[in-house]
Structure formats: structure tokens, C-alpha cells
Design a protein around this ligand. Structure first.
Ligand SMILES: Nc1nc2c(ncn2[C@@H]2O[C@H](COP(=O)(O)OP(=O)(O)OP(=O)(O)O)[C@@H](O)[C@H]2O)c(=O)[nH]1
Length: 269
């Protein structure tokens, strides 16, 4: 599109200058065409002036709208960049919130000394497994494990060594179970194993293996001295429809029998 720079309408066109020169020539003043040419010249000058004005206005508007469009584009880009930055910050913020809440959840279900699941988590899972058992008649085996004569270990070797013993037993228990079994610290020197989909006989086999492993542990208690430990276990099987507290009470009663009948054994009821 032509602009005022391409068509210099602000200056008079050469043809109009030529006519002006003819009209100003004194020798042509009496020419019969002088009067109509004068009117035609005035008309042409007027139209030229109007056209020049129109082009000035149009150029001005074009320039204004162009710079306005550039302004809007720049503003839009700026907003988009700001929104992208906000989205990145919000993503990072949400990720760190998720990480914090995951580590809080992890801490709230983990036993600090042994790294196993804690009593709170075990209770949750017992309720879940019992609920599942009620709906699908699926059983689970429940083992309550207690370290034998642990007080004597603490008294003789100190509380810190006692902690090491608990840690090693926890490791042995955790290492013996299957991926879908659950092992946690019930409290003090007591541990709980939940074995989903496992009948009493199979649970007993697994627990007997753990007993054998723990009997063979030698826990460092100073130069050249290793502590030997044993555990007692009360084992039971979930009976469909019963409350998890009943299953727990039966495992506890079985554990008491194991202790009373000499320790270092599994009693299944
Ligand atoms: N080191 C250590 N000791 C603990 C911890 N929690 C509980 N105990 C100790 O575990 C001991 C448990 O003793 P008792 O309940 O008498 O049982 P026991 O000596 O194992 O005897 P039996 O269970 O009858 O074989 C107590 O001395 C508690 O102080 C712990 O986190 N660390």
C-alpha cells in the first residue's frame, strides 16, 4: 500500500504548478479559457488538499493502530511469560508439598528404631485385611513375636545393645517374609506379622524358618562376644467375620502359651 512518503500529496503536483504558471502569465489573461481554467484549478487544489488531509489522517491511524497492536502483543507475551513462571512455581510448590506429606505419612507409620511399620500402621492393615476377609472369605495368618528374656539382655549389656538386638531381629523378620506380607513392631520387644492369604500350616512353616534364622544370629556385644537370642511366637488364623481385636487376642493367648511352655517356640491356635 502506498503511503504519504510514496505519493507526496503534501506538495502540489507538477501539473497544478504548470496550470498555475499559465494562469499567472499576463499574456494569457484575456484568453477565453482563463476563467474556466481558474475555476478548474481551484477545484483541483481543493480536492488535492482534501486528499492530502485524508491520507494524513489514515497514515496517523495506521501508525497508531500498528504501535497499539505491537503494545498488545508485547503485553500478551509478558502475561504469558508471567503465567508460565507462576505455573512453574506452583508445580514446584505442589511437588514439595507432596514430598513433605509423603514423608510425613511415611514417618507416621514407621517405627524409628527398627525402620519397620509401627503399631498404627499394623492396626490399619489388620482392619483392612479383616474387612477383606469378611467380604471375600479370604483368611490371613497373624503372628505375634516376642524376644525371649530381653530384660536380661538389657540388664547385662545395656539398653543400647538391647536396641541393636531389636534392630537385628527386625531385619531377620523383614528378610524372611514375602513381598505382600506385613511386618511391624507392635511395641517394646514385640513384633507382629500379618500374612495375607496364608493358612495356619503355611504360616507356621514360615515362622519356624524365622525362628531358626534368629537362633543362628550372633549379635556383637563387645570384643569377641556375640549374643544369642531366641523368640517366642503366638500364631493364629483370621476367622471370617470376626473383629481384628479377636484375632489379636488369640495370637496373644498363643504367645503366652509359648512363653509358659518354655519359650523359643511357635504355638498355633
Ligand atoms: N533396649 C530396649 N529395650 C526395650 C525397648 N522397649 C522395651 N524394652 C525392654 O524390654 C524388656 C521387656 O522385658 P519383659 O517384659 O520382662 O520380658 P522379657 O525379659 O523379654 O521376658 P519374657 O518376655 O518373659 O521372655 C524391658 O526391660 C523393657 O525395658 C526398647 O525400645 N529398647
Amino acid at each position: 500500500m502506498n503511503t504519504a512518503a510514496d505519493t507526496p500529496l503534501s506538495s502540489t503536483p507538477p501539473l497544478l504548478d504548470e496550470i498555475r504558471a499559465l494562469l499567472d502569465d499576463p499574456t494569457l489573461r484575456d484568453d477565453p479559457l482563463h476563467a474556466p481554467l481558474t475555476r478548474l484549478y481551484a477545484l483541483a487544489c481543493d480536492q488535492h488538499e482534501r486528499m492530502a488531509r485524508l491520507i494524513r489522517i489514515s497514515d496517523g491511524y495506521h501508525g497508531w493502530s500498528q504501535s497499539r497492536a505491537e503494545d498488545l502483543n508485547a503485553q500478551f507475551d509478558r502475561h504469558v511469560r508471567r503465567l508460565e513462571k507462576l505455573a512453574r512455581i506452583s508445580d514446584r510448590y505442589q511437588n514439595s508439598l507432596r514430598e513433605v506429606s509423603e514423608s510425613l505419612r511415611e514417618a507416621s507409620i514407621t517405627d524409628a528404631l527398627t525402620g519397620l511399620r509401627n503399631r498404627r500402621y499394623l492396626m490399619e492393615r489388620l482392619r483392612e485385611e479383616s474387612g477383606l476377609g469378611k467380604r471375600s472369605a479370604q483368611v490371613y495368618a497373624l503372628a505375634m513375636v516376642d524376644v525371649d528374656r530381653f530384660k536380661a539382655i538389657n540388664d547385662r549389656f545395656g539398653h543400647e545393645t538391647g536396641d541393636v538386638v531389636l534392630h537385628r531381629i527386625a531385619g531377620a523378620l523383614h528378610g524372611a517374609i514375602r513381598e505382600y506380607d506385613i511386618c511391624g513392631r507392635w511395641g517394646g520387644e514385640e513384633f507382629l506379622l500379618i500374612l495375607p492369604g496364608t493358612r495356619l500350616a503355611d504360616g507356621r512353616e514360615l515362622i519356624e524358618r524365622v525362628h531358626a534364622q534368629i537362633r543362628h544370629l550372633s549379635i556383637d556385644a563387645g570384643p569377641g562376644y556375640g549374643i544369642q537370642v531366641s523368640i517366642s511366637t503366638g500364631l493364629t488364623e483370621y476367622r471370617p467375620g470376626e473383629a481384628p481385636t479377636h484375632t489379636l487376642a488369640r495370637a496373644d493367648a498363643a504367645l503366652l502359651q509359648a512363653k509358659e511352655s518354655g519359650r523359643d517356640r511357635v504355638v498355633a491356635i
